[in-house]
Ligand binder design. Structure first.
Ligand SMILES: *[C@@H]1O[C@H](CO)[C@@H](O)[C@H](O)[C@H]1NC(C)=O
Ligand SMILES: *[C@@H]1O[C@H](CO)[C@@H](O)[C@H](O)[C@H]1NC(C)=O
Ligand SMILES: *[C@@H]1O[C@H](CO)[C@@H](O)[C@H](O)[C@H]1NC(C)=O
Ligand SMILES: *[C@@H]1O[C@H](CO)[C@@H](O)[C@H](O)[C@H]1NC(C)=O
Ligand SMILES: *[C@@H]1O[C@H](CO)[C@@H](O)[C@H](O)[C@H]1NC(C)=O
Ligand SMILES: *[C@@H]1O[C@H](CO)[C@@H](O)[C@H](O)[C@H]1NC(C)=O
Ligand SMILES: [Cu+2]
Length: 686
C-alpha cells in the first residue's frame, strides 16, 4: 500500500519555469551587508504553500540553457529581507575548554563559533577570512546547495581550499528551516574548533507540529516563542592532541584512536577521572580492562577488531597521550538558563564532534522532539536523545520543575566510559545579578563546578536507568507526512569496511576517497578524474536512487552524512543483506522497512556491528546537478577514505557559479605538486 508519489519539488520546478528569473538574480553579492535581496518574481506566480522540503535546483547547463528553480510561496514573504551578512575570521589561539588549555582554531576569537542565523528564503553571505597557516573551507552542514553548488565548501569537490591569508565568500539562500551547523571541511579542522551553529527560522507559513501537543492558544504561542529563541546545546568530544596529531598516530600505528579527554557542552567541560573500578562497573564485560581514561586498551580485539584479519599492528606504540592519563579538573560548567514564566524552552541539540555518538538527557525533564536534522517531525516525548555525530534534534522542554538540574551526556558506544555535564537552571533574570566573574557565556545567576545531584536517566557509561525512554529515530515521522518515492530506478549495494589497515571505505568495490584529494582540481570543474579513479559515481538527474550499505562485523556506528538534499531512511536491520534490491528485501524482511513514513535526514548512524553484520538502506530522488559529497562524519574515518561523491545530474553539467567563484581567493601553489607538500615543505599526507 503505497502513498501516491509525492511531488516534492515538481510543482516548484514548474512554477519556476513559468517564473523564469535568470541565475543572475541569485548571484552572490559579495561584501555587501546592506543591499536588499534581489530575488524578486519577474512575472506573476502563485504556488500553493509547500511544507515539504524545498530544494528545487538552479541549473546552469553547460549548454548555456539557464533555468532557475522557483522560490516557493512559503519563502516568498522573506524576499524583502536584506541579505544577512557574517564575517568569520579564523585564527589559531589557546582555549581552555576543560581545564587543560591547548591551541585550537577560533572563529572570531571563540570556539564553537558564533551563531549564524537567517530566515528561510533570506540570502545569507558568509565571508571567511583565513588567518590560519593551513588551507580551510566552510561547509554549511545540512543546507541544500542545488542552487549554489559552488557554496558547499568541500575542498577538491566543490572548490579549491581557501589558502592561508585568503578570503572567500559563501553566498546562498536557504529554502529550508531548522537547526544546522557549519564547519571546516578541510582535514579534521572541525575537531580543532572550526565549527559553530547555523539556524534557519521557518517561514511563518510553515505548519508547525505543535498542534498535537496542545489546543491552548497561549501554550502554542509559548512553544512558537521557544522555537524562535532556542537554547542551543552543542555536543562534542575533545582531545589534548590535535586532529593532525591523532591522524598521524593512526597512520603510523594502525591503532584506532578511540579515546578522548573530555566531552564538551557548548565548548566547556571537565576532565573527569572516576576510579577505574567504577568505570569498569558500568562497562560491557567484553571491553574490560579499561585504561584510567575509561578507554579500551589499544590491544583490545573487541573494539579495535575483529575487523577482517585485524590485529592492531603496534599496540605498544600507541600514543600514551591518547589512551592513558587523567587528572580531574573543576572548570565551570555550561549553564543553560530558563525561566518558568516562559512555559517552554526549545533545546536544539547539535553534535558538532568528530568521534562517537552521544546520549543526552536533562534530569527531571522530558524532551518533546519536534524536529530532526532541521525537518519537523511528529512530536515524540522521551527522556534521552541519541545523537550521531553531525545530527541535530530540536525539542521542547516543559518548564514545570524549577531548580537546578543536570544536563548529562554519555558515550553511546562501548569504546570509552565518559560523560559530561552542564546545568539546566531556572532563574528569573529580572531578580538575579550578573555573574561576578563576568563571563557572559556562563550566563548568569549561578556558576557550577560540579553537577547538581538528581535522578539520572543514564549512568556514567550511558546505561539507561530509572526506566528512561530513548528517542526512536527510525520512527521519527516527517511532519507534515512525506512519503518517499515508492520504487528505485537505480540501486547501489555497497560493502563498507577496511580494505587495508588504516583505510576506511564506504564501498569496497570502489576506492577510498583519501584526504589528499582535497588538493585536486575540484570535481565541480573537472569531474572525469574522480570517475576514472572510481571514487565517484554518476547519478542521472530525475532518478530515484537506493543505496544499501552492508556493514560487516567489527564496525562501530558510522554517522553517514549526505550533502545537499536529505535522504529517506527506508530500512535498516541486523544480519547480512543478501538481496539484490530493496523491493526483494522487503518481501523477505518487511519488518525492517518503512516506506510509508520513514525519517528524512541528512545525518544517520548505522546500526553498530561489533559482533555481527548490519545494513542500512536510504533513498532519494536526484534533483540537483552537482557533486554531492557523502561521507562518514567520524573525522579520522573521513580522512582515511570513508567518502564518495555522487555526481548528480552530471549529464547536465555542473554549474560553477559566477566566474572565479570556485577559485576565488586561492593561489594554490601546491596544486599538482608531486611531493604533496605545503609551500613550507610539510607533508600534506602526514
Ligand atoms: C547557447 O544557446 C544558443 C541558443 O540555443 C545557441 O545558439 C548557442 O550555440 C549556445 N551557446 C553555447 C556556447 O552553447
Ligand atoms: C577524580 O575525582 C573523583 C571524585 O572525587 C575521585 O574519586 C577520583 O579518584 C579522582 N581521580 C583522580 C585520577 O584523581
Ligand atoms: C592488553 O593490555 C592490558 C594491559 O597491559 C592487559 O591487561 C590485557 O590483558 C591485554 N589484552 C589483550 C587482549 O592482550
Ligand atoms: C584475511 O586473511 C586470509 C588468510 O591470510 C586471506 O585469505 C583473506 O583474503 C584476508 N582477508 C582480508 C579481507 O584481507
Ligand atoms: C521500571 O518499570 C518496572 C516495570 O514497570 C517497575 O517494576 C520498576 O519499579 C520501574 N523502576 C523504576 C526505577 O521506576
Ligand atoms: C619535490 O622534492 C624534491 C626532492 O626533495 C625536490 O628537489 C623538488 O624541488 C620538490 N618539488 C616541489 C615542487 O616541491
Ligand atoms: Cu565511520
Amino acid at each position: 500500500m503505497f502513498h501516491h508519489l509525492p511531488s516534492l519539488r515538481t510543482g516548484l520546478v514548474t512554477a519556476l519555469l513559468l517564473l523564469g528569473p535568470t541565475l543572475g538574480h541569485i548571484l552572490p553579492r559579495q561584501y555587501d551587508a546592506s543591499a536588499p535581496a534581489t530575488v524578486e518574481p519577474t512575472s506573476t506566480f502563485s504556488i500553493s504553500v509547500s511544507s515539504t522540503p524545498i530544494n528545487a535546483p538552479t541549473v546552469t547547463y553547460s549548454s548555456n540553457v539557464t533555468t532557475t528553480a522557483a522560490p516557493s510561496a512559503a519563502t516568498a514573504s522573506a524576499y524583502s529581507l536584506p541579505t544577512k551578512y557574517y564575517k568569520l575570521v579564523f585564527t589559531k589561539g589557546w582555549v581552555d575548554t576543560n581545564g587543560n588549555p591547548r591551541e585550537a582554531i577560533l572563529i572570531n576569537g571563540q570556539t564553537p563559533g558564533p551563531l549564524i542565523e537567517a530566515e528561510e528564503g533570506q540570502e545569507l553571505t558568509i565571508e571567511v577570512v583565513n588567518q590560519l597557516d593551513k588551507p580551510c573551507t566552510l561547509h554549511s552542514h545540512g543546507i541544500f546547495q542545488s542552487f549554489t553548488p559552488w557554496a558547499d565548501g568541500v575542498p577538491g569537490v566543490t572548490q579549491y581550499p581557501i589558502d592561508p591569508g585568503a578570503t572567500y565568500t559563501y553566498t546562498y539562500t536557504p529554502l529550508q528551516y531548522g537547526q544546522y551547523w557549519y564547519h571546516s571541511h578541510y582535514r579534521g579542522q572541525l575537531d580543532d574548533g572550526l565549527r559553530g551553529p547555523l539556524l534557519i527560522h521557518p517561514s511563518p507559513s510553515r505548519a508547525k507540529p505543535f498542534a498535537t501537543l496542545s489546543s491552548d492558544v497561549d501554550e502554542l504561542e509559548q512553544m512558537a516563542k521557544a522555537e524562535r529563541n532556542p537554547k542551543i546545546v552543542q555536543l562534542s568530544d575533545w582531545s589534548q592532541l590535535t586532529h593532525d596529531e591523532i591522524d598521524a598516530d593512526y597512520h603510523q600505528t594502525g591503532i584506532e584512536p578511540l579515546c578522548v579527554d573530555s566531552f564538551l557542552i557548548n565548548g566547556r567541560g571537565q576532565r573527569i577521572c572516576p576510579p577505574v573500578a567504577l568505570m569498569e562497573a558500568v562497562a560491557p564485560p567484553t571491553v574490560i580492562p579499561l585504561t584510567n581514561k575509561g578507554c579500551v586498551f589499544p590491544n583490545s580485539t573487541v573494539i579495535m577488531g575483529p575487523f577482517p584479519n585485524y590485529t592492531a599492528q603496534y599496540p605498544d606504540q600507541a600514543n600514551p597521550l591518547t589512551f592513558f592519563g587523567c587528572e580531574n579538573t573543576t572548570s565551570p560548567l555550561t549553564v543553560i538558563e530558563v525561566n518558568k514564566k516562559d512555559g517552554y524552552a526549545a533545546i536544539n541539540v547539535i553534535h558538532i564532534g568528530g568521534l562517537v555518538e552521544q546520549k543526552i538527557a536533562i534530569d527531571g525533564h522530558k524532551f518533546i522532539v519536534f524536529a530532526n536534522d532541521g525537518q519537523y517531525v511528529e512530536p515524540q516525548e522521551v527522556d534521552i536523545l541519541i545523537v550521531p555525530v553531525g545530527a541535530r534534534f530540536q525539542a521542547l522542554v516543559k518548564l514545570d520543575n524549577p531548580g537546578d538540574w543536570t544536563i548529562r551526556t554519555a558515550n553511546s558506544m562501548p569504546n570509552q566510559m565518559i560523560s559530561a555535564y552542564a546545568v539546566f537552571s531556572y532563574v528569573d533574570k529580572e531578580t538575579c545579578s550578573p555573574p561576578a566573574n563576568g563571563l557572559p557565556e556562563l550566563c548568569g545567576c549561578k556558576t557550577f563546578t560540579s553537577p547538581p545531584t538528581n535522578q539520572p536517566s543514564f549512568d556514567y557509561g550511558g546505561n539507561v536507568l530509572n526506566n528512561a525512554t530513548s528517542v526512536n529515530y527510525f520512527t521519527l515521522k516527517p511532519f507534515p507526512a512525506i512519503a518517499p518515492p515508492p520504487q528505485a530506478d537505480h540501486t547501489l549495494i555497497w560493502d563498507v569496511g577496511k580494505p587495508i589497515q588504516r583505510v576506511w571505505s564506504l564501498n569496497l568495490d570502489g576506492n577510498p576517497f583519501l584526504a589528499w584529494r582535497e588538493q585536486e582540481t575540484p570535481a565541480i570543474i573537472n569531474p572525469q578524474p574522480f570517475l576514472d579513479a572510481n571514487v565517484a559515481v554518476a547519478l542521472t538527474y530525475g532518478e530515484v536512487i537506493d543505496v544499501v550499505f552492508r556493514i560487516p562485523a567489527g564496525n562501530p556506528t558510522h554517522p553517514f552524512h549526505k550533502h545537499d538534499a536529505k535522504a529517506f531512511i527506508i530500512g535498516e536491520g541486523p544480519g547480512e543483506f543478501t538481496w539484490s534490491s530493496v523491493a526483494e528485501a522487503q518481501l523477505a524482511v518487511p519488518q525492517f522497512f518503512n516506506l510509508e513514513t520513514p525519517a528524512l535526514r541528512d545525518t544517520f548512524g548505522t546500526i553498530p556491528a561489533f559482533a555481527s553484520p548490519t545494513w542500512l538502506a536510504i533513498r532519494w530522488k536526484v534533483d540537483s546537478s552537482m557533486p554531492v559529497f557523502f561521507h562518514c562524519h567520524i573525522s579520522y574515518h573521513l580522512a582515511a577514505g570513508m567518502a564518495t561523491a555522487f555526481f548528480e545530474g552530471l549529464e547536465r553539467g555542473f554549474p560553477t557559479g559566477p566566474p572565479g567563484t570556485v577559485q576565488q581567493g586561492s593561489t594554490p601553489v601546491y596544486y599538482n605538486n608531486p611531493n604533496n607538500t605545503y609551500p613550507d615543505g610539510a607533508s600534506i599526507d602526514a
